[in-house]
Design a protein around this ligand. Structure first.
Ligand code: AMP
Length: 961
């Protein structure tokens, strides 16, 4: 309201005038209105205005400006704008006192020309209504302490009502426990001023100091970082409050105090962590919110499975894991010393697979133990806090096991002694672990890079001289030991060389030459034998030549061989008491370990059921339970258990495994492994067309492998058919149904032959039907039929043809056609299995070899059987029978061979028909008496005898002439 003290120049220019505003409140105005006069230049200077550090200030003007048109007479000099200036300076007042301040107008800098705006408000100035304009200009950057403003009028009619000079600032702010001071923005309109905040209320900066940005408009923008309460405190309504007892805050990152995790407490307020209750522990690495934990309880359900000198241990996780997920297991192995002398650590030679300590899985293999030895094995459960819990007793389960017999470990070193031109002395040390008394050693050797043909010599000593070698040649030697448990693995290969042939003396030259000649001949013979095998395509045969009883020598080619010492099948008939045979080969099981849950089939002697077998210390096992129905005779009981006496002798993944028998209680039972998919023929019919060729070949391979094992054991099955193969859930096929009685009585496919035996005609080789010649070769014939059943998904061999027609057709060389979509390679194999001459049929090991080859090279299965071969229901001709020429034969044997009836030679001899002359008199009746029962064979032999008679008459007449 007082005098502002602004300076106007010239004096008659701007005037200070008191008025009232629209509310009749008194206001100061500066006015000028010299529109009638020429050359106006009226200045109005403000006082010195302090910037207070602001670099950018705003000037808001409120004014009225007369419209020149509204003036009477329309004056030509009238203006409708004015100019605004400023002048920056650090000092002020003394200049103000300078009366000639206006002279210094040249120092002023123009801010803008100000014109009246459209958007003005009306101002009632008594008799006039004026429009009030508002204009804002900004100014910067300012660098001095203060400035003056000046308004220049060049002849307008202006009333300056208000001049407001201000700057903006970002006000003091407390946000997220950080305080940002009152801040003046930068000089540029778009500039942001970064301000670092201060954590208040005992809070701490999280990650980095908090920052904010002050904009030119005085607003706080872009917050970065923040402050949080110290640990033990939490933020409540912008301030930090202490955690209550029972709560804790250990991390700056966590928002609030948390309740102590289970088994821990915080008795004081402001806790930064909780302490574990007695008996509970925490690892340093455990997160703070994790409960306190304790060591685990002992492992459960531990079982052991002894295999020779290895023990497989398996157990279940402890009942109580102590609240942790890091349960691990340690194994402690101790040998039980004889005569109660205590226990001894197992030592470094025992291996643990995968390791002994810190096992995460619940199983371990303990290998290389001593044979026939008692061990105490402890399985200890530990977890992350076991080490901390010193007062906690060790939690373990203990198992006592006894190892079995085991083959010896490999011979580790073979040394070379004296090497001659044709001999090398070799010696070796006993294996590290003989696991029994060593009965003999086998020395295998062959010329380097000729390993398809090798020689084996046996010796009871640990040294020998190997003779018959070539001079200057490198030989590979390998040695292995045998105990009553069988052979150990061969040693690694050792290379030894014979000495050169240079030192031949004159006297020994001839002798040497003859030895060489013999050696060369032998080599050639060997080569011929090898070549013979190669050419005949037999890649799995062997030849055998005995040396002396001490050193048995065998030659092999690419070979599979049945070693002496490998177990052979023992006919239960050799036992006087059949019960003894059962208990020799089958384990007696207490009936309380078996629960019968379901009936899964019907056997000849009673129901076949399934259910779990729970042997103590062993894992529960699903089993099939064959029962012997009540009211059986002693003979039936014997026949029933017969199968177990046979099955119990086998141990092969493709032979159904016998778990044991129940004979001490009734009903008598045979317990075998459970095969989820039942018998193969039904399974294939149910899943017609569902399998890939490789899956089918995989099944066939399994069956062949099982049969190879049986034939190696010297067991002839006699009833190999898809119905007697069982399939488990992994499609593994296993041979089952053992026992002579079954072949004769049980199998519904078996029919009585002319000789009175009951035989499954469609599956049986002709020689077995004709004269009961059951061999592994006749099993191979049946295997061919099984192949056909598998490839045709369980179709009945020879469809609805009668047994008699089948026998006749097969005799006449007709064979089953290839099943639909059957790979040619498989059909060829079937046809080979159905060779009339049984020695021409492949052996099971060759079948396994071939199937393996096909599986390895699936493209070999792409080519399918030519469709003309598989006209449904029509048999195909196997091979044409060559016409015999009985006239050239010199003996009965030769004659029978020439008409491919050589198999009857023995019967003819036994029947007294040893010369062609007597044979020439034979009738059909004689043939039957001798034992030729097949009509086709009788016909063939009689025809040939008739030819023979004609021929003999011719000869005799010639003689007479
Ligand atoms: P068998 O008296 O051996 O011919 O058995 C009669 C039927 O019981 C068979 O055809 C199978 O369906 C079934 N069977 C026999 N043994 C087993 C087994 N180990 N697993 C599953 N099923 C079986």
């Amino acid at each position: 309201m007082g005098d502002l003290g602004w300076v106007a120049y010239p004096k008659n220019g701007w005037e200070e005038i008191g008025e009232v505003d629209e509310d009749y409140a008194p206001i100061h105005t500066y006015q000028v209105c010299r529109v009638m006069e020429q050359n106006q230049n009226n200045w109005l200077h403000t006082n010195w205005i302090l910037t207070e550090g602001a670099q950018r200030v705003f000037i808001e003007l409120k004014f009225t400006l007369r419209d020149c048109n509204s003036l009477p007479g329309g004056v030509g000099t009238c203006k409708e704008t004015f100019n605004m200036y400023y002048y920056e300076t650090d000092g002020g007042e003394e200049e103000m006192e300078d009366g000639g301040r206006a002279i210094k107008e040249s120092r002023y800098t123009k801010i803008d020309t100000i014109a009246a705006d459209e958007s003005f408000t009306e101002l009632d100035l008594g008799d006039r209504v004026m429009k009030l304009n508002t204009e804002v200009r900004d100014l910067g950057p300012l660098t001095r302490k203060g400035f003056y403003l000046a308004f220049q009028d060049l002849g307008a009619c202006i009333a300056l009502v208000s001049v407001r000079v201000f700057y903006k600032r970002c006000p003091l702010l407390v946000k997220s426990l950080a305080e940002f001071p009152d801040t003046i923005p930068g000089s540029e309109a778009s500039q942001l001023v970064e301000v670092v905040g201060r954590c208040v209320n005992s809070s701490l900066a999280l990650y980095e100091p908090p920052r904010m940005h002050c904009s030119a408009e005085g607003e706080w923008l872009v917050p970065i970082g923040k402050c949080v309460c110290q640990t033990g405190f939490e933020e409540v309504n912008g301030s930090c409050q202490v955690c209550k007892p029972g709560f804790y805050r250990s991390l700056l990152q966590s928002l609030a105090c948390s309740k102590c995790p289970p088994h821990s407490v915080a008795r004081q307020s402001g806790a930064t962590s909780c302490t574990c209750e007695d008996g509970f522990y925490k690892m340093d690495s455990d997160p703070p919110n994790m409960a306190c934990t304790r060591p685990p309880s002992a492992p459960r359900n531990a079982i052991s499975n002894v295999n020779e000198t290895s023990v497989f241990l398996e157990w279940s996780v402890p009942m109580e894991t102590g609240g942790r997920k890091d349960v691990r297991y340690n194994i402690l192995c101790r040998r039980v010393l004889p005569d109660e002398r205590g226990l001894e650590e197992c030592g470094p030679n025992v291996r643990f697979l995968p390791r002994r300590l810190g096992l995460s899985n619940t199983s371990v293999m303990v290998a290389d133990l001593q044979s026939h030895t008692n061990y105490s094995l402890l399985i200890e459960a530990v977890n992350g806090v076991s080490e901390l819990a010193k007062d906690f007793s060790r939690q373990y389960v203990s198992l006592n096991v006894t190892t079995n017999q085991a083959a010896p470990s490999p011979v580790s070193v073979v040394r070379k002694g004296h090497a001659g031109k044709s001999s090398i002395a070799v010696s070796w040390a006993e294996p590290d672990r003989p696991n029994g008394i060593i009965l003999e050693y086998e020395i295998k050797y062959f010329e380097k890079e000729q390993d398809s043909s090798y020689t084996i010599i046996k010796s009871k000593e640990t040294e020998m001289v190997v003779e018959g070698l070539k001079p200057s040649s490198v030989y590979i030697f390998q040695v292995r030991a045998r105990t009553s448990a069988g052979y150990g693995a061969f040693s690694r290969r050792f290379e030894f060389q014979t000495s050169p042939d240079s030192s031949v003396t004159a006297t020994s030259e001839r002798a040497q030459a003859s030895i060489v000649a013999v050696a060369v001949t032998l080599a050639l013979v060997l080569l011929a034998v090898v070549a013979g095998f190669l050419l005949s395509g037999r890649r799995c045969g062997y030849s055998k030549a005995k040396q002396d009883p001490e050193e048995e020598k065998m030659h092999f080619h690419n070979g599979h061989i049945k070693y002496p010492g490998v177990r052979t099948y023992i006919d239960p008939l050799t036992y006087e008491d059949p019960n003894q045979a059962v208990h020799e080969f089958a384990q007696e099981i207490d009936v309380s370990f078996i629960s019968i849950e379901r009936i899964i089939g019907a056997g000849e002697f009673g129901e076949v059921c399934s259910g779990p077998l729970r042997l103590p210390g062993k894992r529960e096992l699903p089993v099939a339970i064959k029962t012997l129905k009540a009211g059986y005779t002693e003979q039936q009981r014997r026949d029933f258990l017969w199968e177990a006496s046979i099955m119990g002798q086998f141990d092969h993944p493709n032979i159904i495994h016998l778990e044991g028998v129940v004979t001490k209680s009734k009903p008598v039972m045979i317990i075998t492994e459970y095969m989820e998919n039942g018998s193969l023929d039904t399974f294939l019919k149910k899943n017609d067309g569902q399998f890939t060729v490789i899956q089918l070949v995989g099944m066939l391979r399994g069956i062949a492998s099982g049969m190879r094992y049986l034939s190696d054991m010297g067991y002839v099955h006699r009833d190999l058919a898809a119905r007697n193969i069982l399939v488990n859930s992994n499609l593994v096929c296993k041979v089952s149904d053992f026992g002579l009685s079954r072949v004769l009585e049980d199998d519904p496919e078996a029919a009585y032959t002319t000789r009175g035996g009951k035989i499954p005609i469609r599956w049986t080789a002709p020689e077995a039907i004709a004269y009961r010649k059951f061999t592994s070769a006749s099993d191979v014939w049946s295997y061919g039929i099984v192949m056909w059943e598998v490839m045709s998904y369980g179709e009945r061999p020879y469809w609805e043809m009668s047994n008699q027609d089948v026998i006749k057709a097969v005799e006449e060389s007709y064979r089953l056609p290839g099943p639909m979509d059957c790979p040619e390679a498989l059909y060829h194999l079937m046809m080979d299995c159905w060779q009339r001459e049984r020695s021409n049929r492949p052996k099971f090991d060759e079948i396994v070899c071939l199937l393996d080859k096909l599986i390895r090279n699936p493209s070999s299965l792409k080519k399918l059987v030519n469709s003309s071969h598989r006209v449904s229901n029509l048999l195909v001709e196997h091979a044409s029978v060559e016409p015999a020429n009985p006239t050239l034969a010199q003996s009965v044997g030769e004659w029978l061979d020439s008409i491919k009836m050589g198999r009857y030679t023995e019967l003819f001899m036994e029947g007294g028909y040893s010369s062609l002359d007597t044979v020439a008199q034979m009738t059909s009746e004689d043939l039957r008496r001798v034992g030729v029962n097949l009509a086709g064979h009788q016909k063939k032999i009689i025809t040939s005898i008739q030819e023979m008679r004609v021929h003999m008459i011719n000869i005799n007449s010639t003689v007479n002439i």
